[in-house]
Design a protein around this ligand. Sequence first.
Ligand SMILES: [Fe+2]
Ligand SMILES: [Fe+2]
Length: 153
Amino acid sequence: MSDQPLMPSEVRTKVLSQHREIEQMLSELEAGVAQLGQGGVDAEQVKRAAYALRGILELHMNFEEAHMVPAINEADGFGPERVRHLHADHAQQRQELDRLVDTIREARSPDDLTASVKRLADMLRNDIEEEEREYVTDKLLRDNIIPTDTFGG
Ligand SMILES: [Fe+2]
Ligand SMILES: [Fe+2]
């Protein structure tokens, strides 16, 4: 991947499209769980998909930290405060994700598996919704044609 910094609007577009892909994967995971016991899908496949999703989420959070954090930091006077919040949110999400993915991998019954996949999906949808409300906005991630400090701002 290139180290060329992305424009804030490009960061916003990419983060939003990654969120839509993650939601798509969650829907597929839930659809897989709903078919458990019908022959087409087995518990191991669901567990592997959940484990793969954990890896994709790590890449996603790394992308946000590499590209969205610098853009938010520069956005306005509250940038550094928002960045601290975002890092704290991610730290909590990583812990929670590890815990939930472990629960999924250790699930002993289809009901356990269904319940833990639902918890994972609910958590991630909430995180995405909150993140889009707090950070991934066109107000914070917009391209400034004129640097703000030109006029002493
Ligand atoms: Fe995030
Ligand atoms: Fe995100």
